[in-house]
Design a protein around this ligand. Structure first.
Ligand code: NAG
Ligand code: NAG
Ligand code: NAG
Ligand code: NAG
Length: 422
């Protein structure tokens, strides 16, 4: 692919392929020359209603045209390549492959944030890096309108009241979000209880800034079925939330003390995936076990509530690799939040990540996982078996899904122990 020859009449135009170091201007010039010639060529060849001449003549013309069209497709390929090369060079210049910072309407704050910073002393001998690259989710590019909205603010001013825009971006895979240089909204007055009283005390309405939420106080949220993990889960006084994990309503509800006993006293730190309002972490905190609760603020201030209880909310979608090193947790607790849907590979990626952060001998507690049908249960069972976990508890039941279809569904609860792998 060294050059392109373009034969028009008796004149021959010859273009050298642009080398890597030639400037973008050169490529643009070549591109425009080729396009101009191409238009001439189209005008010359594309006449759909040619008058009928002799058959021989027609055949000749046909041959000539196919020769030309061969040339044309060659040229088109070359143009396409040059265009790609040009875009690539621009991106390399700005340093990002997937985010096109050369586009108009890109917020200047985004460009600033994404700037690479050379280390002042050159290559760092321990890490081997020469520059710091800020991280941002690659799918941010696909939601550039939201992203630009998110990155348009007054520097050192108050951030726009846009947490829902931020969460929309995260849910669309723009995770992590870029950092910003504005002050996030605050609450004017927060009443905290000291730990451990905070664990089971009702959280005051004023610990949350309710703007952007449908409910404006916890009374409003109390009666709501927000998800399978959160049916009235903000009500720590009445209802079921304050007896979860210590009182069983069905054979699929295991008690924390029973599960802890299976861990042989080795349960100290844990992770609760999609943990609603943090009651699992609170129960474990009662037993001096530290549990991190992963949650997003979907329709309710889960993060603020968990923090107000004196617990650790991890604001992270389930599509994100867990920000923990391998083998750090003694226990991972998950319920129907694990139902990621889609292809089976999606669940596999998640299960491998859970396996990664769980230490050998650690427990994976699958708590009331709703399987829409028998097939789903089979898929999950097969997957779990491939991980080689020891089944310490395995209970299959049937429950009416009060949040989903309202029909009885297969429910799986299990306590599994991660094996030591060679
Ligand atoms: C096709 O090309 C041949 C020579 O290659 C030429 O003699 C003939 O006139 C051309 N026909 C047309 C229709 O252009
Ligand atoms: C909640 O946040 C918004 C936007 O930042 C702010 O205008 C409002 O005063 C806050 N409300 C309270 C009660 O702090
Ligand atoms: C929250 O606000 C509601 C409605 O204004 C009120 O009934 C309730 O007592 C408040 N709860 C707390 C814990 O302050
Ligand atoms: C938790 O730790 C405290 C302080 O060390 C201790 O007094 C308490 O007995 C522990 N609770 C349990 C359930 O182990």
């Amino acid at each position: 692919m060294g050059s392109v020859s373009l034969k028009i009449g008796d004149g021959t135009a010859r273009f050298q392929r642009a080398t890597l170091c030639s400037s973008a201007v050169n490529i643009l010039m070549i591109f425009s020359v080729i396009t101009t010639n191409l238009f001439a060529l189209y005008a010359f060849t594309a006449s759909p209603n040619q008058p009928q001449h002799s058959l021989l003549h027609h055949n000749n013309a046909h041959k000539n045209i196919s020769l030309i069209s061969e040339q044309v497709s060659l040229i088109l390929r070359e143009i396409d390549l040059s265009q790609k090369k040009l875009a690539q060079m621009e991106k390399e210049l700005l340093g990002y492959e997937s985010i096109d910072l050369s586009r108009p309407n890109i917020a200047s704050e985004l460009k600033l944030f994404l700037q690479r910073h050379q280390l002042p002393l050159g290559k760092d001998s321990r890490t081997g890096i020469t520059e710091m690259v800020p991280s941002v989710g690659h799918t941010c590019e696909k939601n550039s309108d939201f992203l630009s909205q998110f990155m348009n603010y007054k520097v050192f001013g108050a951030c726009p009241d846009d947490w829902s825009v931020a969460q929309k971006l995260i849910l669309k895979g723009c995770e992590p979000l870029p950092r910003r240089r504005c002050f996030a909204k605050t609450v004017s007055k927060a009443g905290w209880y000291p730990f451990p009283d905070s664990l089971w005390k009702p959280v005051g309405n004023k610990t949350v800034n309710w703007s952007g939420l449908n409910c404006k106080n916890f009374e409003c949220l109390n009666g709501k079925k927000l998800s399978r993990e959160c049916i009235g889960c903000f009500d720590l006084v009445h209802g079921n939330e304050n007896v979860r994990f210590v009182k069983a309503k069905s054979k699929n509800d295991f008690l924390v003390d029973d599960v802890m006993a299976l861990g042989g006293g080795g349960v100290r730190v844990g992770l609760d995936i999609g943990g609603g309002s943090g009651s699992f972490a609170a129960r474990m905190a009662d037993r001096n076990v530290t549990v991190v609760t992963s949650t997003l603020n979907v329709d309710a201030p889960f993060s603020e509530f968990i923090a107000a209880r004196g617990l650790f909310p991890l604001y992270l979608s389930l599509d994100h690799r867990f920000p923990f090193y391998d083998n750090v947790f003694d226990l991972v607790h998950a319920s129907s939040g694990l139902d990621v849907g889609g292809k089976s590979e999606k669940l596999e990626f998640l299960m491998f990540d859970i396996d990664r952060v769980l230490r050998a001998g650690g427990l994976f507690w699958l708590d009331n996982f709703f399987c829409a049908n028998e097939e789903k249960k089979q898929t999950l069972t097969r997957l779990i078996e491939r991980f080689g976990y020891k089944k310490l508890k395995w209970v299959v039941g049937e429950k009416v899904d009060s949040v989903g279809s309202g029909k009885p569904e297969v429910v799986l609860s299990a306590v599994l122990q991660k094996p030591v792998r060679a």
